[in-house]
Design a protein around this ligand. Structure first.
Ligand code: C2E
Ligand code: CA
Ligand code: CA
Length: 440
């Protein structure tokens, strides 16, 4: 009995134990006092790195100590279990209000963040907490556990060392995400995706030298959706792969229109996510793009972010070299926001550096941002990379970038991303800056 309901490492209960208890509580006649039950899912942040740095034995020791700290917090009416590798769950039997639950979650955060001593080294490990009130609408323990797990995932996504309450808003968002993920699967087949193009501009003479393609989804009921509403889901569910293949094929068709109707060849910059680079067929698709596009491959550019280097830098390095051997250029997107390791710039073949819009936006207000922008420009000049300022919205920002030595930019000042037909018009007419109204 003991083995069936307990976790052998920590001595806490296990999932079955929690489940039994939950089910009993849910089936029990309404509680007479005002107190209610709360479920808290507790996940150790980045626990995997403890195992990697100190080995599994130390990892286990840490888990045991974490379990002890949790037990210290419990009263007679609470139970704690270990749910998975680095995940615990506490069922609090008597909490009087949401405020009290918040205070309890805070106490838990503080208790858990005290450094652990591993091999003589003080090692800080924080936790994330998903809090869920056991309301009467729940009849099934599984539903509750799922709700708590969702809230925990949310807390982790917010960066950890925090708690998140599961509420109706999360419930509806989760439902919508599931629905969107399902609809995404058929979005490509049903021709619901479209590429918009944003001009890449030589800020010295306002000439358009290229375009960045940005996907949009003509959703059957929600209208035109920006990538922010679905790219992450597409990455998680894997539909980003067919979507990326579609984008390359569509690009081939659109290049033809741009060249014929717009009258010239442009740099075409496509966004690719790290998930796409994992696809063993990715290089084959790029080769197909190169052979079908009908323009000089050096006009094709793939935009990647630093995140692609994290997991398997060596493989990605080789892949990028293969892509470059085809003549295709590599741009590093959103530079400055991620890990921003300058070593990426020297270790990987990169042709273009795109300075993230947050720096461009803030460079007029914060000296440090201006200095970072200047440093990146100087660095790209030395490494012989083209540097592009993203999110240029005002002439003032354009002037500041030009002044610092960055000649290329992209942003609402010149044009928003537009459908192909509008782009063709822009190519013919050229960019016109909005008139500045002079106040008398
Ligand atoms: P990104 O690659 O950094 O693209 C630039 C984003 O900034 C675009 O948002 C663009 O509309 C917006 N933007 C451009 N100029 C300005 C400006 O002056 N001010 C402001 N506030 N925003 C500006 P969008 O189109 O919503 O795309 C968001 C992100 O989605 C992109 O960020 C990119 O990471 C991703 N994405 C877009 N299309 C694709 C795609 O085909 N494949 C993949 N994997 N990701 C894509
Ligand atoms: Ca981009
Ligand atoms: Ca960007």
């Amino acid at each position: 009995m003991h083995l069936a309901f307990h976790d052998s490492l920590t001595g806490l209960g296990n999932r079955s134990f929690l489940f039994e208890n939950l089910q009993t509580q849910l089936n029990a006649p309404a509680r007479r006092d005002k107190s209610s039950l709360y479920l808290m899912h507790v996940g150790l942040d980045r626990f995997q790195s403890v195992n990697e740095l100190f080995g599994y034995q130390n990892g286990d020791a840490l888990l045991k100590e974490a379990a002890e700290r949790i037990e210290d917090l419990l009263s007679d009416e609470d139970i704690a279990v270990r749910l998975g590798a680095d995940e615990f769950c506490i069922l609090f039997g008597r909490i009087n209000s949401q405020d009290q639950a918040r205070r309890m979650a805070l106490r838990l955060l503080q208790l858990m963040e005290k450094p652990y001593t591993l091999q003589g080294i003080e090692f800080p490990v924080t936790v994330s907490i998903g809090v869920c009130e056991v309301e009467s609408r729940y009849t099934d323990g599984e539903d509750l556990l799922r709700a708590g797990a969702t809230a925990l995932e949310r807390a982790k996504r917010q960066g950890g060392n925090c708690y998140v309450f599961y509420d109706q808003a999360i419930f509806h968002e989760t439902l919508r995400a599931i629905e969107t993920t399902l609809q995404l699967r058929t979005a490509v087949e049903q021709n619901q995706l479209e590429l918009y193009y944003q001009p890449l501009v030589d800020m010295r003479d306002l000439s358009i030298y290229g375009v960045e393609s940005l996907v949009r989804w003509n959703h059957p009921t929600r209208g035109l959706l920006p990538p922010g509403a679905f790219i992450e889901l597409a990455e998680e569910a894997g539909s980003i792969i067919p979507m990326g293949v579609w984008a390359m094929e569509q690009t081939v068709a659109d290049i033809r229109t741009m060249t014929q109707q717009g009258g010239r060849s442009l740099v075409i910059s496509l966004n690719v996510s790290s998930r796409q680079l994992d696809d063993p067929d990715f290089l084959r698709h790029v080769k197909k793009l190169v052979s079908n596009c009908g323009i000089d491959p050096s006009l094709l550019q793939l935009e990647i972010t630093e995140s692609v280097f994290v997991r398997d830098p060596q493989r990605v390095g080789y892949l990028l070299q293969d892509i470059r051997a085809l003549g295709v250029k590599i741009a590093l997107d959103d530079f400055g926001t991620g890990y921003s390791s300058l070593s990426y710039l020297s270790n990987f073949p990169i042709d273009v550096l795109k300075i993230d819009q947050s720096f461009v936006r803030n460079m007029m207000h914060h000296r440090l941002n201006l200095d970072i922008v200047k440093m990146l420009i100087e660095l790209s000049r030395k490494a012989d990379m083209r540097v592009v300022g993203e999110g240029v919205e005002t002439e003032e920002q354009a002037m500041a970038l030009l002044h610092a030595g960055c000649n290329f930019g992209q942003g609402y000042l010149y044009s928003r991303p537009v459908p192909l037909s509008n782009l063709v018009l822009q190519l013919r007419q050229g960019i016109r800056l909005p008139e500045v109204k002079v106040q008398s």
